[in-house]
Design a protein. Structure first.
Length: 165
């Protein structure tokens, strides 16, 4: 799959914005390998202050800990894992007060691969407030290409998932 262009990311973000407005919800992000790019894409859309709550860039493990990811989860599972992105989404929802959140953690490359987690491995989690505990959906993805391509594909997947949830 080719890496999405800036125009494609903008169109996706604009669709997310229209969806958020139509449903009266706000969105927060918690990002690692995308470095704030999801939040950038969303705030590129005029009027995003009406539905974008805030974003957390938690690139390193200390930042993930400050957000609220338990140290034991990071140690046991590694930063690129389902439990970590689930914890990131829960923390983003709690800290921001948003109705929806998305979290991304991955290995964009060119280095950083570990056994079982090659370059291009990305975990994405989407969450929404509900009665009681938030409802979460997490997915592993494997993107191909250079660092920019992996990050662009991660942003696009995160945005698409916000439309489905």
């Amino acid at each position: 799959m080719a890496a999405p262009s800036d125009a494609t990311l903008y169109r996706l973000a604009a669709r997310v914005g229209r969806h958020a407005l139509a449903h009266g919800v706000t969105i927060a992000t918690a990002e690692s390998c995308t470095g704030g790019w999801i939040g950038k894409a969303l705030t590129d859309v005029p009027g995003s202050s009406g539905w974008f709550a805030e974003g957390f860039i938690t690139y390193g493990n200390p930042a993930k800990r400050r957000l609220g990811v338990p140290a034991r989860v990071l140690t046991a599972q590694g930063a690129v894992s389902e439990p970590v992105v689930r914890a990131m989404v829960r923390a983003a929802l709690t800290r921001s007060g948003a109705d929806r959140a998305v979290a991304v953690s991955g290995i964009a490359g060119p280095s950083g691969a570990v056994p079982g987690k090659p370059v291009g491995t990305v975990w994405i989690c989407w969450g929404r407030r509900g009665r009681g505990r938030p409802r979460l959906v997490a997915q592993p993805r494997r993107f191909v290409g250079d660092r920019d391509a992996v990050r662009r594909q991660s942003v696009a997947a995160a945005l698409r998932g916000l439309l489905d949830r």
